[in-house]
Design a protein around this ligand. Structure first.
Ligand SMILES: [Zn+2]
Length: 258
């Protein structure tokens, strides 16, 4: 089935589901695929959770793409590879700022889609776009705004919705200091091919500027590095700002720990 993609907000009815188990926020189309593309594919394909990506911006303009529509089409195809839905909001690329308008706009979508779990970008990317860190701030605020009561008129008359869990993901360009955080790795080996296929859809981003295979090599190296630490081929990592729960703590032990 063709996965839904929205560009402007009025096309809400094009989405496949009324609500979603998981919403993954991406600053630009391709960030979330780089970070947790295989995990999203696993959540959808193995556990049959309803998963939707929300890109805050369309990511354009970029140096080697003449037409924003091309990036949007690539994003749609990437979502199909992962078997998730996708909404692309119209916040400004390169000028994304945490402000009230952005917070309200994203909160309306969280109230509509009612996810239990939200994935967010995480941290500063000093040599890449400053949008990424702003996206984290917007997401955290929107999660809080999502549950607010007596303010429906501020959120297009959507009902309050409490989100149970926030997890952050890395895209490999952040200051990675895995010290005091609750970070964990997920074995995504079986679904890694879907991540690679999704990334290969972004020809306007990777192929013209740098060789797409060298970008993918870098991302594979990162995921292989996490994988080696838990004894699997590929892993993606997430960071939890709140306590993690295990029914069986032995399930948290890697099969083949280093
Ligand atoms: Zn980005």
């Amino acid at each position: 089935m063709k996965n839904a993609l929205l560009y402007y907000e009025p096309h809400l009815t094009a989405l496949k589901h009324d609500s979603y188990d998981v919403v993954a926020i991406s600053t630009h189309p391709d960030d979330v695929e780089i970070g947790i593309g295989a995990l999203l594919a696993k959540l959808s394909r193995e556990f049959h959770y309803k998963v939707c990506i929300i890109d805050l911006t369309n990511g354009e303009p970029t140096p080697h793409n003449d037409d924003p529509k091309i990036r949007i089409e690539e994003a749609q195809k990437a979502a199909q590879q992962l078997d998730v839905d996708r909404v692309i909001l119209s916040m400004p690329n390169r000028e994304l700022m945490d402000n009230l308008s952005a917070r309200y706009s994203l909160a309306v979508w969280l109230r509509r889609l009612q996810p239990r779990l939200v994935f967010s970008p995480y941290g500063r990317t000093s040599l890449a776009s400053p949008d990424h860190y702003q996206a984290q701030l917007i997401t955290e605020a929107a999660i809080f705004y999502s549950k607010l009561t007596r303010w429906e008129y501020k959120f297009k008359n959507t009902a309050p919705h409490r989100i149970n869990k926030l997890l952050y993901y890395y895209t490999g360009r952040e200051h990675i200091t895995l010290t005091n955080e609750h970070y964990f790795a997920v074995d995504v080996s079986k679904y890694y091919i879907h991540k690679i296929k999704a990334l290969e859809e972004y020809k306007s981003q990777f192929k013209s500027s740098q060789n797409v295979y060298s970008i993918i090599k870098w991302i594979k190296g990162l995921n292989s590095f996490w994988g080696i630490q838990i004894g699997v081929e590929y892993a993606e990592i997430c960071i939890s700002p709140t306590i993690l729960v295990f029914d069986d703590p032995l399930n948290a032990i890697p099969k083949y720990p280093l």
